[in-house]
Design a protein around this ligand. Structure first.
Ligand code: ATP
Ligand code: MG
Length: 449
């Protein structure tokens, strides 16, 4: 309560802070993060800046993760040097960003993002309170104040291994709480993506979202509608790579951040039949991410949007269309939506489309077709996808088992397998089988992708 009051008092209209908050400084004996936990590049960049007379700190997610004993994904550095001064100090560096310049410094295989302290003074806002310009430099204190959560606003000084805390971040970290700096409602108005970040970081870190930070989310969810789809897509990718993808999506939906506000998410969570399938897919993705195995974004997107396609596909078949043509038409329907709202980059949508297009080919098990299919570069992804479909009862298990075996045996045994499908009654393809046999469609569907 008292903390809240202090926060209120410190905040002046227009989002500015009173200058001169004394940060709390934690020595290494209290937090235990030694400088050898930093990457080589992070240490090199901060020490070179400091030797040149500038302030330089590791900041943000990396400090938070180190204090939690988690390996940081990457290291960001904040400094009082201007981008030009930073660029001048490092031969392998480049200035990026037009509105607000930051510097990428390359050291060996690593890239360190170096940002000049930003001003706490919030620039122009539009009628919903969204920040439109935010490009002044500032002090360390101001830089801390414009960050999102208290645990994300800690600075680590490698020279003396201290942690500098302007916003009670260390205490919140110990209490495993996400607390928005300043007034949460206003901070969501300034940047609605902070609502998605709250959900993602809480799921990723296993933190609770503090009540005052959580409360305004529902009533501000509609602001997401105005965010550029590309930014929302980036945020979705981060969610999916958090190792807690399903939990994140579920929580976003529960918080009202899906329906009507985030079209891509609504397509995933609100489509009939989708949730069970998505849960299955994300559970296995989450397990892969936690085991440090790679995941394919194209595959993930194929699972997330599958029921939009599948439901339309089945509808068209029910209206008498042929399976492969119906699938292509269903995909076009869904792609039209994507082009408008989802902003999925082509490098991902191509894989996604291929995986979908290959699904009918599993039901074609005659002649040379299974052999040709095995050589398809996307066979394995399409097969993994088929296995997921079988798990929710969309195709028969027998079909997956057949393909599992087909991959593992020699050519002679494969020919036997093909012959036994021919001899057996229709299987796997269920109700679509009979029609397709007569009309002989299906094969070659994948080549068109
Ligand atoms: P992750 O572990 O997923 O990288 P992160 O907190 O490091 O989480 P980044 O997107 O890498 O997230 O951002 C780095 C830092 O920049 C954050 O810790 C936070 O201090 C600040 N930041 C990022 N996005 C925002 C935002 N929308 N509003 C305010 N501060 C932000
Ligand atoms: Mg980060």
């Amino acid at each position: 309560m008292i903390r809240k009051l202090i926060r209120r008092v410190l905040e002046l209209p227009g989002g500015r802070t009173r200058k001169g908050i004394k940060p709390k400084i934690y020595p290494v004996t209290q937090h235990g993060v030694h400088r050898d936990r930093l990457s080589f590049a992070a240490l090199k960049v901060t020490s070179r800046l400091q030797e040149a007379g500038f302030q330089a700190y590791v900041v943000g997610g990396a400090v938070r993760d180190l204090m939690l004993g988690v390996e940081p994904k990457d290291f960001d550095v904040a400094t009082n040097a201007t981008p030009e001064e930073v660029h001048h100090l490092f031969r392998r560096s480049r200035i990026i960003g037009r509105r607000f310049k930051i510097v990428h410094v390359m050291v060996g295989p690593e890239t360190i993002e170096v940002t000049t302290f930003r001003g706490g003074e919030v620039g122009n806002k539009n009628e919903t309170g969204r920040i439109m310009t935010d490009n002044s430099y500032g002090s360390q204190e101001e830089d801390a104040h414009r960050r999102d959560f208290t645990v994300n606003a800690l600075f680590y000084d490698p020279s003396d291994e201290s942690v500098i805390d302007y916003h009670h971040g260390v205490k919140d970290l110990q209490a495993r709480k996400l607390v928005m700096i300043g007034q949460p409602a206003r901070r969501y108005q300034e940047d609605p993506v902070r609502m998605l970040r709250a959900v993602r970081l809480a799921a990723k870190l296993g933190f609770d979202i503090d009540e005052s930070t959580q409360k305004p989310i529902r009533s501000h969810a509609h602001l997401l509608k105005n965010e550029p789809p590309a930014r929302l897509f980036d945020e979705l990718l981060k969610l999916l790579h958090s190792g807690h993808g399903y939990q994140c999506l579920k929580k976003l939906t529960d918080e009202g951040l899906s329906h009507g506000n985030f079209p891509l998410l609504a397509a995933v969570m609100d489509e009939p039949g989708s949730e069970a399938f998505v849960k299955l897919a994300l559970d296995s993705t989450d397990a892969r991410i936690r085991a440090d195995k790679p995941v394919s974004v194209g595959f993930l997107l194929a699972t997330l949007l599958w029921h939009q396609v599948y439901n339309r596909w089945q509808q068209r078949i029910a209206q008498g269309e042929k399976p492969v043509g119906a699938l292509m038409a269903a995909m076009s329907d869904v792609e039209a939506l994507q082009d408008n709202d989802f902003a999925i980059p082509r490098r991902f949508s191509t894989t996604m489309r291929e995986i979908w297009m290959l699904q009918p080919r599993f039901e074609n098990r005659s002649g040379q077709r299974p052999f040709r299919f095995l050589e398809q570069p996307r066979f394995r992804a399409a097969y993994d996808f088929l296995a997921l479909r079988a798990e929710v009862g969309e195709v028969e298990r027998e079909l997956v088992d057949w393909w599992t075996r087909f991959q593992s045996v020699n050519d002679e045994a494969r020919l036997d397998m093909i012959a036994s499908v021919r001899d057996d009654a229709p299987k796997g393809g269920a109700q679509r089988k009979r029609r397709r046999r007569r009309k002989k469609t299906g094969d070659g569907a994948g080549e068109a992708a």
